[in-house]
Design a protein around this ligand. Structure first.
Ligand code: GDG
Length: 495
């Protein structure tokens, strides 16, 4: 592998790398590569990195010997294609300016808040949009360069919504899937987007469009009908070149076996016991999230803090462990969030803690999967309270790790996961009083009730794992007849 670091910050080129010719029969296109660099003695090494998307796709790629196209995370650096832990990856270069405009700007300060119910104010900047379009074209060109004739290309998420259409124009022979990991917004919000038509047309370039929940698939198809005047019938839509596409829900999940095995390993079992000893509490409440304003951290901390200050939770026997993984730290809104919650937690611990203990143990760091699994195993109650969330994998990982059948899950009704995890203690995170009552119920319910609920959660999660998710999507994509080039008659796809 060779690398070269650009001195000019905006000079990342767009020449598609194509080391082996267009030979990949399965291609994943995502904003980020599933790797992070670890500096060794002399040479750099790459290892798989944590995160929802990686957790989801790594097993599928291994099984299908796929290629992953994405940015490797260092602005201005060009890398040749290489293999990381046995997975061939093709790095797409991004300059410093492009990271600012396409990633931090358009993706994370426009689309992310807009698609999450506008819980933070979305900013609209034309130069961000220009960069978004340019980078989406770069990803599409790269996919077109590595995909074999008739290959399956699976495009991921909100950063790359224009890729399906751009790729189809370059390579009409491909079978193209698109999956949106985050919510698709209701019409009233989506209409704010100055570039709404292009985004819709971009996604509709795919043969199969996947969403986390059915409501979002319906929103999308309705918008195609109303805004673009496409013909639609249930989950199908017909594009102006008479191609039929489908939009459906495929709720994402986790590698259940891997979590169960890890959770039952002697190391994790003893680490979980150690965590319980260290925290020294009868009840351990636990929260783990990327530090993101969509995750409802302020509301959760408010609710738990009030329960402590009102004496309804006793700091002598209950502790709240909150692990907040650093995220998007250069975006203003994220800096503000960190300041806010650290102030909130400082106040609660300052007024209710003792020399011996604090009611909230707060960690602003990322831990190993093994350590996280031990935390899940140690936790009596997991509290997941997003204001809006596509799915929320944490809510599924917890039941997978509670192999002894104990534990209770408090879950926001605004997480996609709430549609499936009916046995959770469901809350509205905007209703602080309601949330407080439900947390108390999750702590105080009889063990038999909690076990019954946990059994239901475990049954749902173990019977719908990540393999089922990927299989369902790829099977449906396969079932769509091979697309034909535009203007070659009306034999367009039928699923
Ligand atoms: C997006 C959508 C959708 C977290 N901290 C650590 C760590 N994690 C892992 C968790 C989990 C993942 O990160 C977070 O996944 P989520 O689903 O909760 O959230 P997003 O990152 O926002 O993901 C979401 C997802 O895509 C998949 O489609 O569910 O709705 O927003 O796997 O375990 N892992 C380790 N250390 C940490 O400190 N090892």
């Amino acid at each position: 592998m060779t690398s070269s670091t650009e001195s000019r910050s905006d000079s990342a080129g767009a020449t598609p790398a194509n080391p082996t010719g267009p030979s990949a029969s399965f291609v994943v296109v995502a904003n980020r590569l599933p790797v992070e660099r670890v500096s060794g003695d002399g040479d750099d090494e790459w290892r798989m990195s944590p995160g929802g998307l990686v957790t989801a796709l790594e097993p599928v790629l291994r099984q299908k010997h796929g290629v992953w196209i994405g940015w490797h995370g260092v602005p201005g650096e060009h890398l040749e294609p290489f293999e990381a832990s046995g997975i061939p990856v093709v790095p797409v270069p991004l300059s410093g300016h492009e990271v600012t405009d396409y990633y931090e700007g358009m993706s994370n300060a426009t689309l992310w808040p807009l698609y999450h119910d506008s819980v933070a104010f979305p900013e609209y900047h034309r130069e961000w949009w220009d960069a978004y379009r340019r980078i989406n074209r770069r990803f599409a060109q790269q996919a077109a360069a590595v995909a074999a004739e008739g290959a399956v290309v699976w495009v991921q998420d909100y950063q790359l919504q224009l890729v399906p259409r751009m790729l189809r124009e370059l390579r009409p022979d491909l079978r193209i899937g698109f999956f949106l990991h985050i919510p698709f917004p209701p019409e009233e919000l989506f209409q704010q987007l100055p570039w709404r038509r292009e985004i819709l047309e971009g996604i509709a370039g795919a043969d199969l469009v996947g969403f986390q929940v059915a409501k979002d698939a319906h929103n999308f198809v309705r918008l195609l009908r109303q805004m673009l005047r496409y013909q639609t019938h249930r989950d199908r839509f017909v594009t102006p070149d008479r191609r039929t596409g489908r939009a459906q829900a495929y709720p994402i999940s986790i590698d259940v076996n891997a979590f169960e095995e890890l959770s039952n390993s002697p190391e994790v079992v003893s680490r979980a016991a150690e965590i319980r000893r260290d925290l020294g509490a009868k009840n351990i409440l636990f929260g783990v999230d990327r530090l993101d304003y969509t995750k409802g951290l302020r509301q959760r901390i408010q609710a738990v803090g009030e329960l402590f200050s009102e004496g309804r939770l006793d700091p002598a026997e209950t502790v709240f462990l909150q692990l907040a993984t650093p995220s998007r730290e250069r975006v203003e809104e994220y800096k503000r969030l960190r300041d806010d919650i650290e102030l909130q937690i400082g106040r609660i611990n300052g007024s209710m803690g003792t020399i011996a203990r604090s009611p909230i143990t707060y960690l602003h760091t990322s831990v190993s999967k093994q350590e996280l699994t031990a935390m899940y195993r140690a936790a009596d109650v997991l509290i997941v309270t997003p204001l809006r969330d596509g799915m929320n994998l944490v809510a599924k990982e917890y039941p997978a790790c509670k192999t002894d059948g104990s534990g209770a899950l408090v879950l926001s009704e605004f997480a996609g996961a709430a549609e499936e995890l009916r046995q959770a203690y469901i809350v509205n995170p905007y209703d602080i009083n309601g949330m407080k009552e439900t947390i108390l119920r999750a702590v105080g319910d009889p063990p038999a009730t909690k076990r019954r609920r946990m059994r239901g959660l475990r049954k749902q999660v173990t019977s719908h794992d990540i393999h089922a998710w990927a299989d369902a999507f790829l099977r449906d994509l396969d079932a769509i007849r091979r697309p034909v080039a535009p203007n070659h008659g009306d034999e367009a796809a039928a699923g």
